[in-house]
Design a protein around this ligand. Structure first.
Ligand code: ATP
Ligand code: MG
Length: 561
C-alpha cells in the first residue's frame, strides 16, 4: 500500500467497472498487477500505469503485484529489474508479496502448451519467419494455413519435446496455436506461442532454449496470479481476443478481464524505452537517470518528488482518448507538490556584488528566517549580513522600466529578512559593464517600514562572507520539438528524433547559496526563493563538500504563451 498517497480518487471508466464488479458480487476484492518488461528503466508513461494499478489496489483495499515480464532473454537484465523495483518503491507503492516473474511460470506455461497440443489446438510449424509472414495475409486478404498444420497430436508432442531438449536450431521451428487463418484479426491467425532461442536468461540461465511469446505468457501469468482486472494500453485491444482464447482453451479455472486505456505521451519527451536507450547508448545523456530523462530515475534525480508525480498522474486521469500531455502539466504538478514540501533558502545564480558602505558588525545583527512561511515546524536559520553581499544581476536596472520595484541608481529596496538599502553609486568596468553597487543600509528598517516613505520591492541576497559556492546544473528541455519522434520529412518517413536534441538542455553555473545548504544530505530539495526548485544531486553532492544542485523546475511556467 502506498505510504502517503493523499490525493483524492478521481473517477474513471475503470473505477466504474470495478464498482460494478464489486456490487454484483463478481469479485470480493480486486487484484491488479504492473507488468514491466525488464529491458530498460521505467519512464513517465510507466509511472502513469503504476499510479493506476497500485492506486486502485490501495483505494479498494485490494492487491497489486509487481511482475517482470521476462520472456525476451537477450534484452533483459538484473540491473533493469533492480531499477524497476526501486522506481515503484520510490513512487510510494508496495507490491503484494514477492516480486513475481513470468519466468517463474515457465514450467506451467510449458504444461499448458502440452495441453493445447493434446487437444489438437496447437502444432509445431517448420515455416521460416519469412514464409510465415507470406502466409499470414494482410488486412484485406485472409492468410493461408501452414502445410504443417495437419500434423498429428503425437507428432506435435514429439517435436515440441525435442524443441525443448535442444534438438533443433534457433528459429527452425515454432509452436503455433490453431485458431483461424481467415480471421479478420491478424492476432488470431495461428499465432506463434513458442520460439527456439538459445539465449542466456537472467534468471533461468540456460535451462530453456524455447521461450514463450508475450501474448501467450501474459494472460496465463495474470490467471495464475488471480488478477481480476488486467489493465494495459490501447495497442493491446486487438490482442484481447487472443488473451481470451488462450484462457478459454486451457484448464486454468481463472479468467481475468483485460481493459485498455490510452498511453501517456509527454511533449518534449520520449516515452519509449528503446528510444531512451538510444540516447544512453549515444552518450547524449549521462545515463538512464540523467536529470533530463523522462525516466522515473531521471525525474527523481531532477528533484521531482513522488507526491508531485502522483499528482501529475491524478491530473492527467485515465481514459481511452488520446493522452498527449504538455510538459507544463508535469512541471506544474511537481511545482505544486514542492511548494509545500521544500524548505526555502536564498541563492544568487547570476551574482552582482553589493558593498554596504555603512555596514557595522556591531549594529548589523544577523536575523533568523523561517524555512517555510506556512510550515514553522521546518525550523529557522540565521541569514547573516556582511559588508559585501551578492544580489541577482537582474534585480538591478540602471534605466528601470516602468513600475520597476527592484533596485536602481538612487533607489531603495528591501533585502529579504533584512534591512532596506539605498543604491548610492554604480561602479562600472572599462567596457561599461556594471561590476559593483555601493549601497547604504537604513539601520532603522529591520522588521519595520522605513519612516516617511514606502519601499515596495524585496529582493533575495546572500552575504558574501558566509556564502557557499555551489555548482548548479541548469537543466532544460532535451528536445526543441514537442513531438520529436512524430515529425515526418518530405519523403514521408519519420525524421530521426535525435535531430531535435536541444543544445541548451544543460548549462552549468556557479551560484552563491546560504551556508546552511552545505550540510544537506544528497537529494535534499529546496526552493531558492524567487528562482525555482533545486535538489542536491543524489550521486555527486557530498554533505559538507562543495554543493552540487540540479535545477528541477522554475517557480512559474516559463513556457506559457
Ligand atoms: P516501451 O515501449 O517504452 O518499452 P512498453 O509498453 O513496451 O513500453 P512494458 O514494460 O511492456 O513497456 O510496460 C509495462 C506496463 O506499463 C504495461 O502495462 C504498459 O501498458 C504500461 N505502459 C507502458 N508505456 C506506457 C505509457 N506511455 N502510458 C501508460 N502506460 C504505459
Ligand atoms: Mg513492451
Amino acid at each position: 500500500m502506498s505510504t502517503d498517497n493523499s490525493a483524492p480518487a478521481v473517477s474513471n471508466f475503470i473505477r466504474s467497472i470495478i464498482d460494478e464488479d464489486l456490487a454484483s458480487g463478481k469479485h470480493q476484492g480486486i487484484v491488479t498487477r504492473f507488468p514491466p518488461e525488464p529491458n530498460g528503466y521505467l519512464h513517465v508513461g510507466h509511472a502513469k500505469s503504476i499510479c493506476l494499478n497500485f492506486g486502485l489496489a490501495d483505494d479498494y483495499q485490494g492487491k497489486c503485484n509487481l511482475r517482470m515480464d521476462d520472456t525476451n532473454p537477450e534484452k533483459e537484465s538484473d540491473e533493469y529489474v533492480q531499477a524497476i523495483q526501486e522506481g515503484v518503491e520510490w513512487l510510494g507503492f508496495k507490491w503484494d508479496g514477492q516480486v513475481r516473474f513470468a519466468s517463474d511460470y515457465f514450467d506451467a506455461l510449458f504444461g499448458y502448451a502440452v495441453e493445447l497440443i493434446e487437444a489438437g489446438k496447437a502444432f509445431v510449424d517448420d515455416l521460416s519467419a519469412e514464409e510465415m509472414r507470406a502466409y499470414r495475409g494482410g488486412l484485406t486478404e485472409p492468410g493461408r494455413e501452414s502445410p504443417y498444420r495437419s500434423r498429428t497430436v503425437e507428432e506435435n508432442l514429439d517435436l515440441f519435446m525435442r524443441m525443448r531438449d535442444g534438438e533443433f536450431a534457433d528459429g527452425s521451428k515454432t509452436l503455433r496455436l490453431k485458431i483461424d487463418m481467415a480471421s479478420p484479426n491478424i492476432n488470431l491467425r495461428d499465432p506463434v506461442i513458442y520460439r527456439i532461442r538459445r539465449a542466456h536468461h537472467h534468471r533461468t540461465g540456460d535451462k530453456w532454449c524455447i521461450y514463450p511469446m508475450y501474448d501467450y505468457t501474459h494472460c496465463i501469468s495474470d490467471a495464475i496470479e488471480g488478477i481480476t482486472h488486467s489493465l494495459c494500453t490501447l495497442e493491446f485491444e486487438d490482442h484481447r481476443p487472443l488473451y481470451d482464447w488462450v484462457l478459454d482453451n486451457i484448464s486454468i479455472g481463472c479468467h481475468p478481464r483485460q481493459y485498455e486505456f490510452s498511453r501517456l505521451e509527454l511533449m518534449y519527451a520520449l516515452t519509449s524505452k528503446r528510444k531512451l536507450n538510444q540516447l544512453v547508448i549515444d552518450g547524449v545523456v549521462s545515463g538512464w537517470d540523467d536529470p533530463r530523462m523522462p525516466t522515473i530515475a531521471g525525474m527523481r534525480r531532477r528533484g521531482m518528488s513522488p507526491a508531485g508525480i502522483r499528482l501529475f498522474a491524478q491530473r492527467i486521469g485515465v481514459s481511452r482518448s488520446e493522452n498527449v500531455v504538455d510538459m507544463s502539466v508535469l512541471e506544474g504538478a511537481v511545482r505544486d507538490a514542492l511548494e509545500g514540501e521544500a524548505p526555502r533558502v536564498m541563492a544568487v545564480v547570476n551574482p552582482l556584488k553589493v558593498t554596504l558602505s555603512n555596514y557595522d558588525d556591531a549594529l548589523t545583527a544577523s536575523r533568523s528566517a523561517p524555512f517555510h512561511p506556512q510550515h514553522p515546524e521546518f525550523g529557522e536559520r540565521d541569514v547573516p549580513l556582511s559588508r559585501e553581499i551578492w544580489i541577482e544581476r537582474d534585480d538591478f536596472a540602471e534605466v528601470p522600466p516602468p513600475k520597476w520595484q527592484r533596485l536602481t541608481a538612487g533607489g531603495e529596496v528591501r533585502l529579504r529578512y533584512s534591512y532596506v538599502i539605498r543604491c548610492d553609486e554604480v561602479v562600472k568596468d572599462e567596457a561599461g559593464e556594471v561590476v559593483e553597487l555601493k549601497c547604504s543600509i537604513d539601520h532603522d528598517t529591520l522588521g519595520k517600514n522605513p519612516e516617511g516613505r514606502k519601499v515596495k520591492g524585496v529582493i533575495h541576497w546572500v552575504g558574501a562572507a558566509h556564502a557557499v559556492e555551489a555548482e548548479v546544473r541548469w537543466y532544460d528541455r532535451l528536445f526543441t520539438e514537442a513531438r520529436p519522434d512524430a515529425v515526418r520529412g518530405e519523403d514521408g518517413e519519420y525524421v530521426d528524433f535525435r535531430t531535435f536534441l536541444s543544445d541548451h538542455s544543460l548549462k552549468t553555473i556557479t551560484a552563491f547559496v546560504e551556508p546552511v545548504v552545505r550540510d544537506a544530505a544528497p537529494e535534499t530539495r529546496y526552493q531558492f526563493e524567487r528562482v525555482g526548485y533545486f535538489v542536491t544531486d543524489r550521486h555527486e553532492h557530498v554533505a559538507g563538500g562543495r554543493p552540487v544542485f540540479n535545477r528541477t523546475v522554475g517557480l512559474k511556467d516559463s513556457w506559457a504563451k
